[in-house]
Design a protein. Sequence first.
Length: 493
Amino acid sequence: MDASLLKPPSRRRWDSAVPPTLRPLVRAYLLGYGFAVAPRLATLLLQHLARYRRNKQATTARDTQRGEPFLDALQRILLGGLDWRRFPTFCAVLVGGTTLLEPPLTAAFDHYAKNIPDIARRRLSRWFASFIAAWLSLRLVQSKKTPGFTDVTPGPESGSGSQSNGAPQTVHYAGRTLDLTSFAVTRALDIIVGELWHRRKLRRQAAGKWTPLDSTLGTFAHPAVFALSSGLVMWTWFYDPARLPRSYNKWIGSAAAVDARLITALQRCRDGTLLYGADTGAAPLLTSMCADYAWPLEWGDPAVSVPFPCEMVHMGCGPSCERHALARFARSFRWALSTYLPLSLLLVARKRNLPAVRRALLSAARSSAFLGAFITLFYYGVCLARTRVGPRLLGTSHASRQRIDGGYCVGAGCVLCGWSVLLESAPRRKDMALFVAPRAMAALLPRRYGLDKQWRETLAFAASMGVVLTCVRENPGRLGGLLGGVMGVVFRD
């Protein structure tokens, strides 16, 4: 008997009815729709359930986060994802344009660039196809005008007076797609640098010149990127939070669990509105905190207490900086575990075997330890600069204390906190570095800028996505992580 007859019939793919050339486009659109809609649906359901628990009689279908009926909110979210200038269409144009433009561009290169090696021609045709598709897809998203990037200014003033008698003018700004561009640029840089480093490694190994220092540099590259990026993000969150997305600010604030008056006090130390040894009217800020925590009121008066005691930074954990660090780690670990553990167990719920559960528990504990150490190192860095190291290096004068609390203490925390990523596994370090790096890059750039400069962002995005999508087709293992897995699903045959 033919052995093939004994094999179970292969499962038919859900997209088998779609023409092969259009399958990447369809998959990209559906995945983009899921990424765009699923988080908003989850938020809507969680908020609706929370309100239902608080007040069963008041929480009906009329109560949602925006005061609209639940079904109307559901319909708005589901239909909003179908807008042709939203993320799903962006994904479809990006991926579909790449695959559809590649054959004619390949034929053109084969005809007009015969002197170029075959591999180079193939890569160039793929890069140009991805470049064009990326340019068009980003321009599609940028064409949508939103209130956050639109200002209405008064009309021109009349010649005889200061009042405006012209029609109001609407001014549109660019920058709405900056997060996408930052993501693409950091991914492209990682691919280019990683490929160059890999080739250097092969050459030096072949010549017998690969040294332990080279191995160390390769091992610590992504942790260093994460430490630098996360430190920049934390500095921005502390001193210029408007440069970060609102959701990112909210999450960091929840994880930090710090009294906002402490942040304001250190900000005022930096801008000079709180001066040690002088009465600038800043005393009520911290004296109100002293009253809430039953501390002596003079602790909060910068004219008397130079500097304000580090115990205030500890927020009720006592005067010991080390005890406060341990307490912070324990509290942050529990907070993180309450989030990571359910997610990890949910991911292995279908496997139902002990090794998978054990790995899920270990992964959740490891990630929770990382986040706990991140928060702990930030706070302990602040304490080191304020009480342990800073006064020994800079002195204890009023001016020295002003410099320490005016930025050095926060800077020390920013430098230390990111190295907690070493508690994670090597693959996770890379994923986390490439997650935070775009946020750090965006923090260095203006959130809004003139439309006349938007072509620069579009060019950077298109060139970077050309590198990323060419890598997906040529060497998918180089991308790795969640993005590599998603791209593999999208482009599979």
